[in-house]
Design a protein around this ligand. Structure first.
Ligand code: NAG
Ligand code: NAG
Ligand code: NAG
Ligand code: NAG
Length: 277
């Protein structure tokens, strides 16, 4: 009998939506009076959004990238972890419990805290925008930030989004009022598809793409564009009001920054030529 009860509890525990009020929240937007070009004046805490010189996203042009043989593979070490999916009114995000794993950048550990979906993509490649960009946000013990971004085009189902389908549908049906955010615990999230080895990535120093636009964020944009279906993109847009269905910040001036390129093919070629010489 206790076996029976456990199954029943699991069934209802997975889709309980709760509403929570965000404290001190300033509603920025993606068009009009609180759109991206006004963010810097919405709060004194947001001044970097208009005055920063190292802002994100950027348009990654081939002519500003340079292959850097010193860059290491951006291998992620994630564990299956409990998470909560959130509609904060601005975007859909997934917040991980402790222990989700990490990525090592320049010998330093950055722990995965959350991920957020932006539609369309925020970064562009040679001017090309993609239907979606998933950003995995990591923090080090001393509060430095590394974001790994994955670009998506339309095609077959994305396995990672597939496992969140029921919760995304639930977010669409139930909403919270005003400035409250809607939260649904999703249980253990399978991370397998997110740790796939990466052969190519772009790296530069930028900022958060939402206020307060904090700078000195390390950006790693994976070279491999992944696929999702049109229906999956719609699941991410449907819970948001019309103004936030497009929630990507326009590209920012590159200024004096360079974009470094990690390319395994290039690296192998180099080591082969060294071997044969
Ligand atoms: C590089 O691309 C940018 C557009 O993003 C263009 O303005 C610039 O002239 C190009 N530079 C060179 C050296 O081709
Ligand atoms: C996550 O997995 C790694 C190995 O992949 C392990 O070293 C680490 O302890 C795990 N973290 C937690 C909190 O379980
Ligand atoms: C992005 O860069 C490409 C060159 O790589 C250029 O042709 C295009 O105009 C740029 N777009 C923007 C919006 O800067
Ligand atoms: C989304 O909004 C941005 C900035 O407001 C704009 O540049 C872009 O064209 C919009 N994209 C779509 C697909 O509507």
């Amino acid at each position: 009998m206790s076996h029976f009860k456990a199954i029943f509890l699991l069934g209802i525990a997975s889709l309980v939506l709760a509403c929570a009020r965000a404290i001190g929240f300033i509603r920025y937007g993606y068009s009009g009076a609180n759109g991206p070009d006004k963010w810097g004046s919405l709060s004194s805490d947001f001044s970097l959004c208009s005055q920063g010189k190292k802002q994100s996203p950027i348009n990654i042009s081939k002519n500003i990238t340079s292959y850097d043989p010193d860059l290491k593979p951006a291998d992620r070490n994630y564990n299956k972890t409990r998470a909560t999916i959130i509609n904060n009114g601005l975007n859909i995000e997934l917040i991980y419990d402790k222990g989700a794993g990490n990525v090592t950048v320049d010998g330093k550990n950055y722990t995965l805290e959350r991920m957020v979906w932006h539609l369309p993509s925020e970064h562009t490649l040679d001017g090309e925008s993609f239907p979606m960009e998933l950003q995995l946000i990591h923090k080090s013990a001393d509060n430095n930030i590394t974001v790994i971004a994955i670009l998506y085009q339309y095609g077959s189902n994305d396995a990672f989004l597939l496992q969140l389908q029921d919760e995304l549908q639930q977010l669409q049906q139930d909403s919270c009022s005003g400035d409250e955010e809607a939260r649904i615990p999703v249980g253990l999230v399978q991370m397998r598809t997110l740790v796939r080895h990466t052969r190519k990535y772009f790296r530069y120093v930028g900022s958060l793409t939402t206020p307060p636009c904090t700078e000195d964020v390390i950006w790693i944009i994976l070279g491999k564009v992944r696929k999702m279906t049109d229906e999956q993109a719609n699941l991410l847009k449907a819970p948001l009001s019309a103004e936030y269905k497009n929630n990507s910040r326009p590209t920012q001036p590159i200024n004096s920054r360079t974009v470094r390129l990690y390319d395994e093919m290039h690296q192998n070629k180099n080591s082969d030529s060294k071997k044969s010489s």
